[in-house]
Write a protein that binds this ligand. Structure first.
Ligand code: GLN
Ligand code: ZN
Length: 759
């Protein structure tokens, strides 16, 4: 007998019910009981769905009102002192204050830090550990939810975030102190949680240790060994040690040596690891095969998955093999059946959570019956996708094959280009500019909504956007900015705007995935060969340039960022899809140039987050990511100035790559680190121009001019004055005009003061 298992179900709700409940609760329109009832209803629905599909191992405690890492943090009593927590169960107001800041008994307190969950676009709340952190079981949430499901007639397999991953994802409040040192203090709490689950009748627990797929430090290895020595015990439920997002590689012996009753491996990201696992899996150990992609939206190749299941069953015997998704399904949208606007062909290629759960059952059925009758449909669809003209457009294929090395470089090195650009633009020293967007005010959003609902015409909407653009240009002229932008009022989202105009992209109505807490994103689906049927931004840029004598920057989103923030086709390497997008952007860059736009910015905020989880894979990624940027950006004359923008300050790992991108100007985040990161630019002898952000646009505080001046002076200690641009550290779209106006005036004044002093 082979089993099916699920590792986690989206909690956001098919129609974003969690978002609705959270926002109503925060606004006081829903009381606590009402909020908790909405959460319980989401859990009930998920359990029901899986029970109806006949899933053998159904997860519980995969639900979270905000974030599963924060749940763990609260459950083991790691509440930072500023929240003035009195002990005991962490109540909802404290929990949400930790998640998003807010009012507590102690007054206004800031939120805890949030960061990306491995290489997903989900964000978790980072635990903060004191060097002498005490732990206590405040309340066993896993037990509550196990019992709740039991009352619904379902014996679930509770999910816990493993202790080593939990500590590894946290940060210490004291410099130089390692959260892993807290393991001995933490383990008794995990033991208590497991013991209570065992007493309540939990036979298995899924213990998530995704850190096992990363490069591990010797301390982490030691922590794994000592943790599981103490957790694998006779009185405890059996542990399904769960790994995902990559293969185990050199950590496989470690994982197998931990003595857990079962191991889950990701066979979507790392299909080849099956052989090694089968060869070394200890007798009696169960193996859970991650065969259905939990990170993407495609229908599974059930034949290939079945072959892997059979291979495992032959090696181990069928009674300890589980068929599962690669990771929790929380990263996929809920239900394809809600997508009534997608065409039938494309729809047939896709599977969201509900459909993936059905695939698990279909696999088990085929396995049990020995008949592949249930796989016919999947086979047919896969064949249709493989030969569809939408996935293989000859013109795109020909262009891809015709890419030559000289399409990946500018004509002359930066120094020569800079001389040409300097005489062509005649900019003052320390030129000032912004990153692109200006405030997307209530009014802008209201007009867009009205247009979408058909309440105003296309022409009325375009008029409004033109007025808004012109006003923004006049403002920039008035305050004396040197390189202007049009403001991006016509865009809601920097990826969606381009995806909607490119061939090969589709958009869903309800394809939401949780980004963090109450925030969802609806990533585009790249299903086919990418091409640009017509210019995407030229009209706007030409219109904007026609209003001013100052140079107007054309604004594009880079190929890596478009790739990274989409669901990407899985029938060819990501690199290939990225190069196709790059070709489309290259065409746009050339069209902008032909139409008189002489400065073009290609944003790559997701460049760094595309980095693979394992260091040994970085070189290969950086090679194609840089090539994609080069392909997009180098098809112009040397007089044309290419900018790029990345809104973070961690450049150490990607320094050489940044230099190889060879943008004439790069704008980055720098104000929060007080320009310290520029040291690296000096150390690596970065020669091109740099605009280190002089103020943090994420804060509503209006920066003061003297602070910006001193940041610029700091910058000049490490980079040459000819290199330095002056700009904020990201786009201004989330700010209001009352903040933006004085901030930018101050910024221009700071640049002028510097010119006067050094000019
Ligand atoms: N040009 C974009 C803007 O200003 C850049 C956004 C980003 O870096 N995330 O909004
Ligand atoms: Zn940015």
């Amino acid at each position: 007998m082979t089993f099916t298992a699920n590792l986690g179900t989206p909690r956001f709700g098919a129609k974003r019910e969690l978002k609705t409940a959270l926002e109503s609760f925060w606004k006081g329109k829903l009381d606590e009981a009402g909020f908790l009832a909405a959460c319980a209803e989401l859990r009930r629905g998920n359990w029901q769905l899986q029970q109806d599909a006949g899933i053998d191992f159904i997860p519980s405690n995969d639900f979270s009102p905000y974030d599963q890492v924060l749940d763990t943090t609260a459950m083991v009593g790691v509440v930072p002192a500023r929240y003035q927590w009195a002990g005991g169960k962490v109540d909802l107001p404290t929990y949400f204050a930790m998640a998003r800041g807010g009012k507590t008994a102690a007054g206004d307190v800031p939120a805890m830090e949030m960061t990306k969950w491995f290489d997903t676009n989900y964000h978790y709340i980072v635990p903060e550990f004191e060097p002498d952190q005490k732990f206590q079981l405040t309340h066993n949430k896993a037990l509550d939810e196990f019992q709740e499901a039991l009352a619904q007639g379902i014996r679930t397999r509770p999910v816990l975030l493993g202790p080593v991953t939990f500590l590894s994802l946290g940060k210490s409040t004291a410099e130089g102190s390692d959260p892993l040192a807290l393991l001995p203090a933490l383990l008794p709490v995990y033991q208590a949680i497991l013991r209570q689950l065992a007493e309540a009748g939990a036979e298995w627990v899924q213990i998530d240790e995704p850190c096992l797929v990363l490069d591990l430090s010797p301390e982490q290895v030691a922590a794994y060994q000592s943790a599981y020595q103490q957790l694998v015990g006779v009185t405890h439920p059996k542990l399904m040690l769960t790994t995902y997002f990559e293969g185990l590689r050199d950590n496989l012996p470690l994982a197998l040596g931990l003595g857990c009753a079962g191991l889950h491996i990701d066979l979507v990201r790392a299909p080849d690891q099956l052989e090694a696992v089968l060869a070394t899996l200890p007798a009696e150990t169960w193996l859970s095969l991650g065969l259905v992609d939990g990170r993407n939206v495609w229908r599974t190749d059930l034949d290939a998955a079945l072959a892997k299941a059979k291979q495992a069953a032959e090696a181990l015997g069928p009674e300890r093999v589980l068929i599962a998704p690669s990771c929790s399904l929380q990263f996929t949208p809920y239900d394809l059946d809600l997508e009534t606007k997608l065409d039938a062909e494309l729809r047939s290629w896709l599977a969201f959570t509900k459909q993936k759960i059905a695939e698990l059952s279909a696999l088990k059925e085929a396995f049990k019956s020995g008949s592949d009758a249930g796989l016919q449909e999947s086979r047919k669809v896969l064949a249709s996708r493989a030969k569809s003209a939408r996935t293989h457009t000859p013109a795109v294929r020909q262009r891809m094959a015709a890419i030559t090395p000289d399409m990946l470089k500018r004509q002359q090195p930066h120094a020569q280009r800079k001389a040409l650009q300097d005489s062509s633009f005649d900019l003052p020293p320390f030129p000032t500019t912004t990153i692109g967007s200006f405030p997307q005010t209530k009014e802008v959003r209201a007009k867009r909504a009205a247009f979408r609902k058909g309440q105003i015409t296309q022409e009325q909407y375009a008029d409004f956007l033109r007025e808004e653009t012109e006003r923004t240009i006049r403002f920039q002229e008035e305050i004396g900015l040197d390189v202007l932008v049009h403001g991006e009022f016509e865009r809601t989202d920097m990826v969606e705007y381009f995806g909607e105009q490119l061939q090969g992209f589709a958009f869903t109505q309800h394809g939401w995935v949780q980004s963090y807490g109450s925030r969802g994103v609806r990533p585009p689906i790249i299903y086919g060969d990418v091409a640009r049927p017509q210019a995407m931004t030229v009209d706007w840029s030409v219109f904007a340039q026609s209003l001013t004598d100052k140079p107007m920057k054309g604004m594009l989103t880079g190929p890596v960022t478009i790739l990274q923030w989409s669901f990407v086709r899985n029938d060819q390497p990501r690199a290939e899809t990225c190069m196709q997008i790059a070709l489309a952007i290259r065409d746009e860059v050339q069209d902008l140039e032909t139409n008189g736009i002489r400065i073009i910015q290609i944003d790559e905020p997701a460049f760094r987050e595309g980095m693979p989880l394992r260091r040994e894979d970085w070189t290969a990624y950086l090679k194609w990511a840089v090539e994609a940027f080069l392909l997009a950006s180098t098809g112009v004359r040397d007089e044309t100035q290419i900018h790029t923008h990345m809104c973070y300050s961690e450049f150490n790992d990607i320094f050489a790559a940044i230099a190889n991108m060879d943008a004439d100007v790069i704008s980055i985040e720098a104000s929060r680190s007080k320009m310290e990161l520029l040291d690296a630019f000096k150390r690596y002898e970065y020669h091109n121009d740099i605009g280190p952000g002089v103020y943090d646009i994420h804060s509503p505080l209006v920066p003061n001019q003297a602070d910006m001046e001193s940041l610029l002076e700091n910058a000049l200690k490490v980079i040459r004055r000819e290199q330095l641009w002056v700009n904020p550290d990201c786009g201004l779209k989330t700010r209001g005009w009352t903040e933006v106006e004085p901030a930018l005036r101050g910024m221009v004044a700071a640049a002028r003061a510097l010119r006067a002093k050094l000019g």
